[in-house]
Ligand binder design. Structure first.
Ligand SMILES: [Zn+2]
Length: 335
């Protein structure tokens, strides 16, 4: 699916609003700093003047010794102004860059484009508009590697959990030069597979990567919706291109969809294409490896086992444990 004209305009309006907001913020900071340290205002007023006179000298300079010296002096004066200003800011408890213009996205300076190409932040906004990522958005604030708690696991389950967490950390660390192109998180219901994949998504989003998150049921519904609709051909093409090209694809709860020939072949196409493009994928499933192989064909299974790290996650259902903890805490507070 491509952005409509309105969606495109709304993204661009968002950038304009960011730029306005950041300019206003700088103006407010300036006003308050100038009020407290008037000397900084005087220095700021001298900077453009000095810079302009240096430029005039450079343009009109005859290139002889005297003109070269004058240019050097002007350059030095400018540097002195800047370091005096930085020192004054520091002395008064501000950071050196306190009065600099800030950007929500320093890569494209809130324009959405870098060298004529869409910036990664634009791609993220596009994904958010085109595909419902609310499930991921709801879970993200709760997620984080510091919130992966060992106390919910014991014995072999704890060993599995530690290995999976370690695999996730290494997957993120080597994301740009991957050793494995994916993680298959498999095991019992409620053992923290989805939570771990959301933690991975959160880390990579923080690093500016594009992440697409789908439950298996939604993903294949969407694909089949496009492919059975004669007018959906272009949408299908654009959608699969997004699926194949986003930095990280998460397919949650694989196996809960109604698996048929179409699903099986689409899964194979998607995973193969992403492996070819060296793009990272995280799949979570409650299926055992044998069930996975039986359901999605040997060729899909062999791609996954060859290119992905297989992470078994087992244990009691963490949601149930958490509910129990909350009940106990409420009871303790009540007595
Ligand atoms: Zn950007």
């Amino acid at each position: 699916m491509a952005l409509s004209r309105e969606q495109y305009d709304s993204i661009m309006r968002g950038y304009a609003q960011s730029r306005d907001r950041n300019r206003r913020l700088r103006q407010e900071r300036r006003d308050s700093v100038y009020l407290h340290v008037p000397e900084i205002r005087r220095l700021d007023e001298q900077v453009p003047e000095t810079a302009a006179s240096r430029l005039r000298m450079r343009l009109s300079g005859s290139g002889d010794e005297a003109s070269r010296k004058a240019q050097e002096a002007a350059q030095q004066q400018l540097l002195d102004l800047q370091s005096r200003r930085a020192a004054l800011l520091k002395e008064n408890g501000y950071s050196e860059d306190y009065l600099d213009l800030t950007y929500d996205c320093p890569i494209c300076k809130d324009t959405g484009y870098v060298n004529g190409e869409k910036c990664i932040c634009f791609r993220r906004k596009e994904i958010a508009l085109l595909y419902d990522q609310s499930h991921l958005q709801v879970q993200l604030p709760e997620a984080g590697f510091d919130k992966l708690l060992e106390r919910y696991y014991q014995g072999a389950d704890l060993e599995n959990f530690r290995r999976s967490r370690e695999a996730a950390v290494s997957f993120i660390r080597t994301f740009d030069d991957p050793q494995e192109l994916g993680l298959l998180l498999y095991g019992t219901t409620g053992a923290g597979k989805t939570f771990l994949s959301v933690c991975i998504a959160g880390e990579l989003l923080k690093r500016g990567r594009s992440v697409l998150y789908f439950s298996a049921a939604t993903l294949f519904d969407r694909l089949s919706g496009y492919s059975y609709d004669a007018r959906g051909r272009d949408d299908f093409r654009v959608f699969t291109e997004d699926l194949y090209s986003c930095d990280l694809l998460i397919i949650d709860d694989l196996g809960t969809e109604l698996t048929n020939q179409f699903v099986s072949s689409q899964l194979f196409a998607c995973l193969s294409e992403r492996i070819l493009r060296k793009k990272g994928t995280v799949i979570s499933t409650n299926l055992s490896l044998q069930e996975f192989q039986k359901r999605y064909s040997d060729r899909t299974f062999s791609r996954v086992t060859y290119h992905y790290r297989l992470c078994k996650m087992t244990g009691s259902d963490i949601r149930v444990l958490k509910r129990r903890e909350a009940q106990t805490a409420r009871r303790a507070a009540g007595t």
